[in-house]
Design a protein around this ligand. Structure first.
Ligand code: FAD
Length: 281
């Protein structure tokens, strides 16, 4: 999908918000925290130049693996979240976190209103079964824009732990009548405390998103120490310390290809979780 940049704002110190418009967006049905992949020019990781030209989108081969007709033109992919969407006007916005280095930093600093942006997606990142009355959200700054909270019914109890760079960034989190929001310095602090919702002993859906190793550790802790049912646990690797997103994707590709040749269901969220979090089973 190719869209035009129609506005760029700075909603808080740690984020740039980009508004994208495309007629194709008017046809899409959005879910909460849908993810999409921005396609950036292949040479940009080396040159730092991300000039916004329309990029080729991948074909899917018979097994579902994405392929580019010209491998040399294969773009660099970066995942982002749909923060707001307005189907009638065909506009979505996305919040890009500022962190020290990376391709997205070159992209957002060189971006201008009127530029074209190509992306593929969407990938559903969340669902809430009607029977769930308690939701525990654990997110780092990369996952803060995955604004599930506005999709949670008003009568559901929500507890959220967010590791944001500064308190002003928490203003990006939507309000909710039953939201208890706490900023933590590191998500792994939660390995040493038990959230109130878990202590109630009631059924709780737990959503964790952030750095791969931290999410893997918290997921294990949620199952073993908090006794969260795997069916109520959504754990998402949003980035990986020490490697770029391109390198992390390349590391995961062999397992993905193996799963395809084993006949696995590519739409199974558990499969994506196993591969992304590099779980042994
Ligand atoms: C489904 C999904 C939705 C996402 N939504 C968003 C979103 O809405 N907004 C957003 O900002 N991010 C989001 N992310 C995370 C984002 O895709 C990654 O952080 C990505 O690596 C950023 O690319 P980059 O070009 O900035 O850095 P890269 O080139 O991938 O990495 C460069 C270096 O920076 C490190 N790094 C990468 N991300 C971070 C980070 N967040 N904090 C600290 N260091 C980091 C890497 O380990 C590497 O050392 C999402 C990820 C997924 C999977």
């Amino acid at each position: 999908m190719t869209a035009q940049v129609i506005a760029i704002t700075r909603p808080s110190p740690g984020y740039t918000r980009v508004y994208l418009q495309s007629d194709e967006i008017t046809c899409h049905r959005f879910g909460p925290a849908d993810g999409f992949k921005l396609l950036l020019p292949p040479s940009s990781e080396f040159s730092g130049s991300t000039s916004s030209i329309p990029m080729p989108t991948p074909e899917r081969d018979a097994t579902g693996v994405p392929r580019w007709s010209n491998p040399a033109a294969q773009p660099s992919l970066r995942a982002l979240t749909v923060r707001h969407h307005d189907r009638r006007s065909g506009v979505i916005s996305t919040d890009v976190m500022h962190h020290e280095r990376g391709l997205l930093a070159s992209w957002r600093t060189g971006l201008h209103v009127g530029d074209s942006v190509t992306f593929s997606g969407m990938r559903a990142e969340w669902y809430l079964p009607a029977a769930v009355r308690n939701v525990l959200l654990i997110a780092d700054g990369s996952a803060l824009p995955a604004a599930l909270i506005e999709a949670i019914p008003d009568d559901v109890d929500v507890q959220a732990y967010v590791s944001a760079e500064n308190t002003e960034d928490l203003s990006l989190i939507p309000s909710h009548p039953h939201l208890a929001l706490e900023r933590v310095t590191s998500l792994t602090n939660l390995l040493h405390r038990t959230p109130r919702l878990i202590r109630t002993g009631e059924r709780v859906q737990v959503w964790i998103a952030g750095e791969t190793a931290e999410v893997r550790e918290l997921r294990r802790h949620a199952v073993e120490a908090w006794h969260v049912d795997l069916g109520d646990l959504i754990a998402r690797a949003y980035w990986k310390a020490g490697v770029t997103s391109t390198e992390a994707d390349a590391q995961r590709l062999p397992r993905f290809v193996q799963a395809v040749s084993d006949g696995a269901d590519l739409h199974d969220p558990a499969l994506a979780e196993n591969i992304d979090l590099e779980l042994s089973a």
